[in-house]
Write a protein that binds this ligand. Structure first.
Ligand code: FPP
Length: 229
């Protein structure tokens, strides 16, 4: 969800104003994706590296997330959204941790779309924590297959992403979903996150529909099955 800061700057407003608009864009996007049949949406809300930002921006983001949970949880729950948080929770405040748990518990029965919020998350962190947990469980090196390790990753409950969208014009992955995005189709847009809406989602889905996915294999000719009629 890149571009909040620049969106605010274009309006001569502080960066926090952009992050607030970013929350509104997220709430909108979840429903737009769900309306189009997307069952899992994972967003990068705060990276392991974002702690390096000025302390007032970091504390502003933490406060914003707390406010957003109380402001939007009821609506999201009613909209059939299941909320899950992925990332290292050890560094966030007890208050935020409790808010996350409440959001997860109170939406656990929803199945229209699962919104996974990556918070204090990094793709490398995820791979390392997965290895650590597998070792702690006594998994032997010979048994540590891709499938086995995948079960310890933070998003093991979700299928690997088909489509990876980055807003804000940068063309890099920036330590997001390193394990899971091995075969994801990448879509980059100059649109700044607070402006991300139906038109951009449809552009991304149309681009995805035109891709030829081979997962490392070769393209198979269309097979025709003869019917009995
Ligand atoms: C990147 O834009 C955006 C972030 C680091 C924060 C994204 C967070 C939200 C939209 C809030 C999420 C809230 C909930 C409830 C999950 P940037 O600041 O790097 O923008 P810039 O590249 O223009 O400077």
């Amino acid at each position: 969800m890149d571009g909040n800061g620049r969106w605010a700057k274009q309006r001569y407003m502080p960066r926090f104003f952009g992050h607030k608009a970013g929350v509104d864009a997220l709430v909108r996007a979840v429903n737009l994706f769900a309306d189009r049949g997307v069952e899992y949406l994972t967003v990068f809300a705060f990276s392991s590296e974002n702690w390096k930002r000025p302390s007032d921006e970091v504390s502003g983001l933490m406060g914003l997330v707390l406010v957003a949970v109380s402001k939007y949880l009821t609506r999201m729950a009613a909209d059939g959204v299941r909320i899950r948080i992925v990332g290292d929770r050890s560094a966030v405040s007890d208050k935020l941790r409790m808010a996350w748990e409440h959001a997860e518990d109170s939406t656990a029965h929803n199945d229209r779309i699962t919104l996974s919020v990556a918070f204090n998350y990094g793709g490398r962190w995820d791979i390392v924590q997965a290895c650590q947990r597998a070792l702690a469980d006594g998994v032997a090196p010979v048994d540590l297959t891709e499938d086995a390790l995948g079960r310890y990753t933070a998003l093991s409950f979700a299928p690997d992403p088909d489509l990876f969208i980055r807003t804000g014009g940068e063309m890099r992955i920036s330590n997001f979903l390193l394990w899971q995005a091995a075969y994801s189709e990448l879509f980059f847009t100059d649109c700044l996150w607070p402006d991300f809406g139906a038109q951009h989602i449809d552009e991304a889905l149309a681009a995805y529909a035109g891709r030829d996915r081979r997962f490392g294999g070769i393209r198979m000719p269309e097979t025709v099955t003869a019917g009995d009629g």
